[in-house]
Design a binder for this molecule. Structure first.
Ligand code: 13P
Length: 251
């Protein structure tokens, strides 16, 4: 039996002012208060984290950040540390999103360091993997994912392999309106779980949650969630509108 609790996470990316944040999370808090069987997460930009936490405290909505640096403090101008995120009530942090890899030079090595530091500071990492269109067309999807998993997700100990969240986000499906078919997504999710089982064993592979991300919308999500190896969604565009995100949580 599948005991993995579905996680529906909104990655707001570089969107929403403080005022807009208050408006959106206030609606989510009111309209999702009865939801019990899912984990609900919002990941606003850094400037909105504190105010978002203020609104959602004592609710069933959790807070996450979209990125962080892998040092606790020091001379790293412009960066945010895991201690700072923890301090303001973040529980999750997204690591290695394809936009970070593509535009800001993130590598499997930096992803790995950030994942380690997140765990060491009591944050749950959501580590993103996924192939580009060119890689898919050249039949490199599985080799790319395997490299991202083997290098990025190496060195987990104790309960960490079970607690980790992985997000499969095919780069060609992000913000394009071109969702992977449920079968395409399931194929990769099953591959990741099998690979994870080889690395961390069967129990860990049964527990790890693997989210799908890439043009998730209210009208395609329930079919995606019907796949046995898909445990939730990492949602961009559709997480910015209260009505859409509410439908996704209630898929
Ligand atoms: P979209 O849902 O806008 O395609 O974005 C997906 C994503 O990148 C979530 O992290």
């Amino acid at each position: 039996m599948n005991k993995r609790i579905p996680l529906i996470a909104g990655n707001w990316k570089m969107n929403k002012t403080v005022g807009e944040t208050v408006e959106l999370v206030t609606q989510l808090k009111q309209k999702l208060s009865d939801v019990r069987n899912r984990e609900i997460l919002v990941c606003p930009p850094f400037t909105s984290l504190v105010v978002a936490k203020e609104v959602i405290k004592n609710s069933n909505i959790k807070l996450g950040a979209q990125n962080m640096y892998f040092e606790k403090s020091g001379a790293f101008t412009g960066e945010i540390s895991p201690l700072m995120l923890k301090d303001i009530g973040c529980e999750y942090v997204i690591i290695g999103h394809s936009e970070r890899r593509q535009y800001f030079g993130e590598t499997d090595e930096s992803v790995h360091k950030k994942m380690r530091v997140a765990f060491e500071n009591g944050l749950f990492p959501i580590v993103c993997v996924g192939e580009t269109l060119q890689q898919r067309e050249q039949n490199e999807t599985f080799s790319v994912i395997e490299r991202q998993v083997r290098i990025g997700l190496t060195g987990l100990t104790g309960e960490e392999p079970k607690i980790l969240v992985i997000a499969y986000e095919p780069v060609w499906a992000i913000g394009t309106g071109k969702t992977a078919t449920p079968q395409q997504a399931e194929e990769v999710h099953a591959f990741i779980r099998k690979l994870y089982s080889e690395i961390y064993g069967k129990d860990a592979a049964e527990s790890v949650r693997i989210l799908y991300g890439g043009s998730v919308k209210p009208d395609n999500f329930s079919e995606i969630m019907r796949q046995p190896n898909i445990d939730g969604g990492l949602v961009g565009g559709a997480s910015l509108k209260a009505d859409d995100f509410i439908k996704l949580v209630r898929y």
